[in-house]
Design a protein around this ligand. Structure first.
Ligand SMILES: [Zn+2]
Length: 314
């Protein structure tokens, strides 16, 4: 399950997307939707981590939530069929970061230290570490924005390699050799007030692409459903008893709202405060992270992604 520390007013978020969309420029609305959809991609891959553990009966050392984050990051770092996957990762890390920033004022007792998930801020940094470990040049600006010093960047190369090797070893016996296993079907339920987000998910084929990637790579023992639906909360989950991965439309609205209220507004404050010569956001201890990289800054070389010559898990 994806945990969001801060409770969100879903009705507001839905209304924001429709009634207040005219208050945003077309570019801003586009950027916010991009951000929400990027998070949807990462979330789906995270849930796929849970799904593979459940369906393939894989052992897990440490927190399963951390392992699922690691797999999602690895899959996206090695998804050379999607030239947007690096932007997905940057936005998803920023999502955790800004969720954490948003909740910082809530008081230390409000954090769920006993939660099955690591804290949002830890999830953000763990992701960035893997990204920098895999591709230090492409993610150099991200590493700067997250203040990773050179020692840590070097250490992240090991962290990434270890996570990659571990997942590849676990998944290798389940790889599709000749025959595929059980199929994954994709279903979109009625989205009510959240139809804009459901439409966007479908247009981008987010669940379909993830389903095809998994079904074509690993032999699944039983049929699975990937479902987009209304849940009554901003969440996503895998249920082994239902053989189902669920993405809640409310989560997309939630991330859209996070972008508009907590990321876009901070950038605006920073740029409107130029005359003082001070970085207002830095004063608040809040730094908008590097926004998605331009296409030409993403130089991906997958040839060296696995030191032992095993193909990446795809
Ligand atoms: Zn999870």
């Amino acid at each position: 399950m994806k945990k969001l520390i801060v409770a969100v007013v879903f009705a507001w978020a839905a209304a924001f997307a429709s009634a207040h969309a005219q208050d945003l420029t077309e570019q801003q609305a586009h950027d916010a939707m991009d951000f929400a959809m990027h998070d949807a991609v990462f979330t789906t891959y995270h849930e796929i981590g849970h799904l593979l553990v459940g369906e393939l009966d894989l052992p897990v050392l440490g927190k399963e939530e951390d392992a699922a984050d690691a797999l999602a990051t690895i899959l996206l770092l090695n998804d050379d069929a999607d030239d947007d996957s690096y932007n997905v990762l940057v936005d998803s890390a920023d999502g955790w970061y800004f969720n954490a920033v948003k909740s910082t004022g809530a008081g230390v007792e409000d954090f769920s230290y006993y939660d099955e998930h690591s804290l949002d801020i830890q999830r953000a940094y763990a992701m960035v570490c893997m990204m920098v470990g895999k591709d230090p040049e492409a993610f150099a600006q991200t590493a700067d924005a997250y203040d990773l010093d050179q020692d840590r960047r070097d250490g992240c190369a090991y962290t990434y390699a270890q996570a990659l090797t571990s997942w590849v070893k676990l998944l290798e016996p389940h790889e599709v050799k000749q025959e595929r296993g059980a199929a994954i079907s994709v279903v979109y339920d009625d989205a009510g007030d959240f139809s804009e987000f459901a439409k966007e998910l479908q247009q981008r084929q987010i669940l379909e692409r993830a389903a095809e990637m998994i079904a074509s790579s690993y032999v699944l023992p039983e049929p699975i459903t990937f479902r987009g639906t209304l849940c009554g909360e901003a969440n996503a989950y895998y249920s082994s008893s239902d053989s189902e991965l669920t993405y809640c439309y409310e989560l997309a609205a939630d991330m859209f709202g996070l972008y508009v209220n907590d990321i876009m507004s901070l950038s605006d404050e920073a740029s409107s405060d130029d005359s003082s010569g001070q970085d207002q956001t830095a004063d608040q201890g809040v730094e908008p992270k590097q926004r998605p990289m331009s296409a030409d800054s993403r130089m991906v070389d997958l040839s060296g992604s696995l030191s032992d010559g095993t193909p990446p898990p795809k």
